[in-house]
Ligand binder design. Structure first.
Ligand code: URA
Length: 434
């Protein structure tokens, strides 16, 4: 088999065989296929696409290119959750302990953030002493003992995807739905999931800007799930404005704890219930979404969801007192209020601008190795559709350096739109694809 023939076949719109796809993934991982051939192939995929069968084969080949986690020693259906990412997205911090408290085993590997604010792993480090690097045995034993563990992603998972994603990034070939879908799904499959719940974000602060694009990606991933025998459900949710009120690591942790106690923002609570109830359905714990929701609401109300998070924090070396007293979490030294300049209705909060402001403050990274400041970020006080009066506080900025505060204020110029007319209500959840 020759890579040049595989490139030509794809260039001419042909369908690659399973063997051809395995050959190119194997060859690219071991270095026998060079970057220039792989990038020519990726560009051919951008123009010609891939059939569902080819996409499923690519996913499995990439999932099998490195270490694969074996979760079979854990009882029950292991349901993983993935978000395509957005501003203020702390849903995993809520959903992991919540569904674990309901009886779904959660053995989750998460990433550090690149872009707006930190990733789940960065956020969890807001708890004093919390360890994100655990041995495989510690990780599995913790799930057996308390039902949940969230750790950093193993470096040996899906090396083919790691190499290909980095190549796509510099060859203008990220934007091909079969490549994005197989990249995401290969990581979930290698991480051992039996079933997968995808939260596909759409809007100004998301990777997918239009509902049509988000739906195409969601359908491609659900189809891969079918091809490879892992039940997959996608929730398409709004990311035009930040999720919840808090953006920034420790600030988001505090909000996640409030949400676990049933006292969180309306949108975050609703999303956590929508995602969590479908995870219970995928895990076979409930017979309907409504039953799942009721179960999760009880767990929030009786304190067992917060208790589950505290157990996880303690099991991973953290101090569970931080969970019960959020005042102990990292705090910024400068608190600056931004006030409304006019009366009216808040018609838009540009999630992308808020995300940039949080990165400028130090809450997120622009390069892989940048350190982040866990204490800084923004807390919104009003959301889209709210009535505001001149002088009302729109948001509070938490900063540790005055010059960064000034740069964040620059980023936020024009991020808020206020009008005399109330905006048309926008759904939080646009569609469920299954
Ligand atoms: N996220 C991924 O993991 N892979 C892609 O290709 C795009 C987004």
């Amino acid at each position: 088999m020759r890579m040049v023939d595989i490139i030509a076949k794809k260039r001419d719109g042909g369908e690659l065989t399973t063997e051809e796809i395995q050959f190119l993934v194997r060859g690219y991982t071991d270095g026998s296929i060079p970057d220039y051939q792989m990038s020519a192939w990726a560009m051919a995929v951008v123009f010609r696409g891939m059939t569902p069968r080819e996409t499923g084969d690519l996913t499995l080949a990439m999932a099998g290119s490195g270490e694969q986690l074996d979760l079979s020693s854990l009882k029950g259906i292991k349901v993983d959750k993935h978000s395509t990412g957005g501003v203020g997205d702390k849903t995993t911090l809520v959903v992991a302990p919540l569904v674990a408290a309901a009886g779904i085993p959660v053995a989750k590997m998460s990433g550090r953030g690149l872009g707006y604010s930190g990733g789940t792993i960065d956020k969890l480090e807001s708890f004093t002493g919390f360890e994100v690097e655990r041995t495989r045995e510690q990780f599995l034993q913790q799930v057996r003992d308390i039902g949940v563990s969230v750790i950093g992603q193993s470096g040996n998972l899906t090396p083919a995807d790691k190499k290909l994603y980095a190549l796509r990034d510099v060859t203008a070939t990220v934007e091909a739905v079969p490549l994005i879908a197989s990249s995401i799904m290969s990581k979930k499959i290698a991480a051992g999931a039996d079933a997968i719940l995808l939260d596909v974000k759409v809007g100004k602060g998301a990777f997918m800007k239009s509902l049509e694009e988000a739906e195409t990606l969601a359908r491609a991933m659900v189809e891969i799930g079918k091809q490879v025998g892992r039940r997959t459900v996608a929730v398409i949710s709004d990311m035009n404005q930040p999720l919840g009120f808090a953006v920034g690591n420790a600030l988001e942790v505090k909000e996640a704890i409030e949400t676990l106690a049933g006292k969180g923002p309306r949108d975050l609570t609703e999303l956590a219930l929508a995602v969590g109830s479908r995870m219970l359905l995928l895990g076979g714990l409930v017979a309907s979404e409504q039953e799942g929701r009721s179960r999760l609401q009880e767990i929030m109300a009786d304190g067992s969801a917060v208790e589950k998070l505290a157990q996880m924090v303690a099991a991973q070396g953290g101090d569970k007192k931080d969970v019960y007293d959020a005042e102990r979490l990292p705090k910024a030294t400068i608190i600056h209020e931004v006030k409304a300049q006019e009366d009216g209705y808040l018609t838009a909060i540009d999630a992308e601008a808020v995300g940039h402001a949080s990165v400028v403050l130090g809450a997120g990274r622009l390069t892989k190795d940048m350190p982040i400041d866990l204490a800084v970020g923004l807390v919104l006080h009003k959301k889209r559709g709210d009535r505001v009066q001149k002088g009302d506080v729109l948001l509070t900025i938490h900063a540790n350096k005055d010059e960064l505060l000034q740069s964040a204020l620059q980023e936020l110029k024009g991020a808020y739109s206020i009008s005399t007319e109330a905006p048309i209500e926008q759904p939080l959840i646009y569609k469920i694809i299954e």
